[in-house]
Write a protein that binds this ligand. Structure first.
Ligand code: FAD
Length: 408
């Protein structure tokens, strides 16, 4: 029962020593110093903060961390994880955000697929897929939304038809983040009849290199193209790449949605506090008439309210981590976290734009913009956050119906 299923490859000696530290302060200082020197090493002579929003740099840094040993911090040891307790996981995230390290790209892999595989995958699937998450060699995307299926996921129509040894998949997914760089897709398909809704859905772990898959990137308001349309034309998927039973994918999808709206957002919640501190520093150095923006009572009030949100979210995030450690799937609380965080994050960068004043019209990436337009970039990007992983309206419905038991 307790055999080692996945063995992690060699990890950096310094990282091994940090992970093994018995003293909390030694652990924190070790993480802080290691992350700073790793970022400096990768960024060379340029300031990494100006590159932190670029996808290639984000991916490079993420893979560097994973290969050095900073991945799967909380997974059980038998699957190659470090089995670190929650406090230590939180320290890692705090230090990661304190130095404004780039956000990871394989967030779907680490934040959604890994916990779902650990909970629902066969031992053979864990053995096959977890190593690619440990070293970040396998980037995952999530194929849920379709042109006529977003909030009402149970109406999806991408069809998987039985054939010898597996399925033939036909249909289209849309808004699939990072599909252009992904190796695998955590994909929901219809295996039941057309009207079967949630009873006829199956999860397939589709190899993105399979013949018949076409990926077309879609440009966003930020100018980047982080998400894509994915077309399936008679794509063969073997039985061994089905997660769980045929037509029983809905409960797995709901468990994954729980992780997505709960633990998946924890790194971003921890980061919210340091993002707020950056905006406070911006307000403190930005002139406003004879004074500074931070002297404006309206700006001070909004900073105070955002600080309250950070504190509430941090308490919710800690609770979420405790539940995950007990192998519980976050329920409606995950929707509370997602809703509060996405709306606070939007307000934070709205405030940033107000502080910038006329400089706010300089676009992301422009040399003359303060910090290359990082605030403008985030302001534009946060527009998407009340839509992705379930819109704010859907989150409010879930909280009302499942959390508070109000009538539908
Ligand atoms: C940046 C970004 C990345 C994304 N990445 C992925 C990804 O990787 N994989 C993936 O599968 N999808 C992804 N999505 C898609 C996202 O999950 C959907 O956009 C979202 O679920 C909403 O679906 P929809 O766009 O079809 O809108 P619709 O469901 O058509 O909703 C339209 C509007 O109607 C409202 N509405 C719908 N139903 C109700 C209701 N019952 N009650 C009240 N209001 C309602 C919605 O709130 C919304 O305002 C991404 C989206 C974005 C913006």
């Amino acid at each position: 029962m307790n055999r080692q299923v996945v063995t992690r490859g060699h990890i950096d000696d310094e990282v091994a020593a940090i992970i093994a530290a018995t003293d909390d302060d030694v652990f924190r200082r070790g993480v802080r110093d290691w992350l700073a020197s790793a970022l400096q090493r990768l960024a060379g002579s340029t300031d990494w903060r100006t590159r932190a929003i670029r996808r290639d740099f984000r991916l490079e840094f993420e893979t560097y961390l994973c290969r050095a040993g900073f991945s799967a911090l909380g997974w059980p040891r038998r699957y190659g994880g470090h089995a670190l307790d929650l406090a230590r996981q939180a320290v890692f995230l705090e230090e990661h955000s304190r130095i404004e390290a780039p956000l990871p790209v394989n967030m779907i892999g680490h934040g959604i697929v890994a916990p779902t595989l650990l909970a629902h995958g066969s031992e053979e699937q864990k053995e096959r897929f977890l190593p690619g998450l440990l070293d970040n060699g396998t980037i995952w995307c999530q194929g849920y939304s379709e042109p006529s299926t977003g909030s009402d996921l149970a109406s999806l129509s991408t069809r998987a038809t039985r054939c010898e040894g597996g399925y033939r998949v036909n249909g289209q997914k849309i808004w699939t983040s990072f599909a252009d760089v992904a190796h695998r897709c955590f994909c929901l398909v219809r295996t039941g009849d057309a009207g079967s809704r949630h009873r006829g859905i199956t999860v397939l772990l589709v190899d993105m290199k399979s013949p018949g898959i076409t990926v077309t990137p879609i440009r966003q308001i930020t100018g980047d193209a982080d998400y894509c349309a994915v077309f399936f034309d008679d794509v063969f998927v073997p039985d061994t790449d089905r997660l769980g039973e045929e037509n029983a994918g809905w409960s797995i999808a709901m468990a994954a949605a729980g992780f997505e709206r709960g633990t998946y957002f924890i790194p971003r919640i921890v980061r919210l506090r340091s993002e707020l501190e950056q905006i406070v520093r911006l307000a403190a150095r930005t002139p406003r008439g004879d004074a500074r923006a931070i002297d404006d009572p309206r700006i001070r009030l909004e900073i105070g309210e955002l600080l309250n949100d950070c504190t509430a979210l941090r308490a919710l995030a800690d609770d979420m981590l405790r539940r995950t450690a007990r192998n519980e799937t976050p329920g409606a609380e995950g929707s509370v976290v997602k809703l509060l965080w996405s709306e606070a994050h939007q307000r934070l960068y709205q405030l940033g734009m107000e502080i910038l004043g006329t400089d706010a019209i300089l676009g992301p990436g422009e040399e003359c913009a303060p910090r290359h337009g990082a605030v403008q970039f985030q302001f534009l990007w946060t527009r998407a956050e009340t839509i992705l992983a379930g819109t704010s309206e859907i989150m409010r419905n879930i909280i009302a119906e499942r959390g508070l038991g109000l009538p539908r």
